[in-house]
Design a protein around this ligand. Structure first.
Ligand code: SF4
Length: 389
């Protein structure tokens, strides 16, 4: 397929939050007043510039994702204005998936009807837990009741397609608490659920507490037991695991995220947003670039140049092959060996001589064209993934 007709995904970063959660290392900022107008204007200027470039002009958009930060801090008028400009510049595939991330602490009933009316057709809601003590530990701004109320509003405002995020393996969390969270989540008939184990990211308040010893993570066995419980209970309820941390009913996979994991092109707009273009005419193995992270500097850069690129990287074949493996093996369906060979001209074993051992030790399996992590491999995925980065 020629690069200029291949569909791509559009990511739009809204970097503002009501408060900063102590485990979070995303590009999110708490400010006295969110500059919604000037940030929206910057996004519109930036997308207008990309729409005029040969690499992106006229290509169909298959998914749009408003991520953050907390995109639900923006009014439907701003989200609608951005979507209008996107639709004026690019064709959208029929049933284009348009997701907006929301925090239960910022759910306003009228706004949710407004998001639906302006074209958003999927909500991803960061519940994390329904247990008051765990919400407190995670520093969330919302209560368990607010999370339930938010989910009810999501459904009432016409979103049949939505995701609910949970965090598990919190220190001192019990299996019973996790089971209760799963039951509450399932009672809302969520067609998609993401369950992330708590990780301690450098530079966060949790990292400092962890180093001081005031946070102790669960043992690996406890974590695996929780992961097993999640997989079993969700499968019983009709949600299949299709990625390390993601579960969906048939037809409700996140198309936007699947595009990341299957080496698809994406364009990122907004502060700190990353972009990727696979097919290049210069013989390289794609190009990655990312924007200025600080929201104010992003707005200023776009007002001067209609772009805010901070850095660009052209991966060599080894780096590109590693990215392909790292992303694709997150999916329970794994990677296509034919697709790998078509892109890199070789079998992955050329780059990763340990692969036969991973297969014989039961961490990976090969079935015709597919190479995937086994259940055992998924449990220790990070120790395999270090070979790809
Ligand atoms: S709401 Fe989300 S993006 Fe904002 S600080 Fe918390 S975890 Fe980070």
């Amino acid at each position: 397929m020629r690069a200029d007709t291949e569909p791509f995904s559009l990511y739009i970063h809204i970097p503002y939050c009501v408060s900063k959660c102590p485990y979070c290392d995303f590009n999110s900022h708490v400010v006295a007043e969110i500059p919604e107008k000037s940030y929206t204007a910057a996004l519109i200027a930036e997308l207008g510039r990309y729409a005029g470039l040969d690499d992106w002009r006229g290509r169909p958009i298959q998914s749009i994702f408003f991520g953050g930060g907390t995109p639900s801090t923006f009014h439907p008028e701003s989200i609608g204005k951005i979507l209008e400009r996107v639709a004026a510049q690019w064709p959208l595939v029929s049933e284009c998936e348009i997701t907006l991330e929301a925090n239960p602490g910022t759910v306003d009933r009228a706004n949710f009807f407004g998001y639906r009316a302006c074209g958003v057709n999927r909500i991803s809601i960061g519940v994390q837990s329904f247990q008051p003590r765990l919400l407190k530990f995670l520093g969330r701004v919302h209560s368990a009741d607010e999370a339930k109320e938010a989910l009810a509003v999501v459904r009432e405002s016409g979103f049949d397609n939505f995701n609910l995020d949970l965090i598990y393996a919190n220190p001192s969390q019990t299996l019973q608490e996790l089971a209760a969270d799963l039951e509450t989540a399932l009672s809302f008939q969520s067609p998609h659920l993401s369950a992330y184990n708590l990780t301690i990211e450098e530079g966060t308040p949790f990292h400092q507490e962890y180093r001081r010893g005031s946070i102790q993570l669960l043992s690996e066995e406890d974590e695996i037991e929780m992961a097993d419980l999640i997989e079993q209970r969700l499968r019983q309820a009709g949600l299949e695991r299709y990625e390390i941390s993601n579960y969906a009913r048939p037809g409700f996979h996140s198309r936007h995220n699947v595009n990341y994991w299957t080496d698809g092109d994406y364009l990122g707009l907004g502060a700190g947003a990353h972009s990727y273009q696979k097919n290049r005419t210069d013989g390289s193995y794609g190009r990655r670039w990312w924007n200025e992270k600080a929201p104010n500097r992003y707005i200023q850069a776009v007002s001067w140049n209609r772009q805010a690129v901070a850095e660009t990287e052209q991966p060599d074949i080894r780096k590109a092959a590693g990215d392909f493996m790292f992303s694709g093996l997150r999916l329970t369906d794994g990677i296509s060996l034919d697709a790998f060979a078509a892109r890199f001209g070789q079998n992955p074993v050329t780059f990763y001589p340990q692969m036969p051992d991973w297969i014989s030790e039961g961490y990976m399996e090969k079935n015709d064209d597919r190479l995937r992590l086994t259940r055992r491999g998924l449990m220790v995925a990070n120790s395999i993934f270090v070979h790809f980065v």
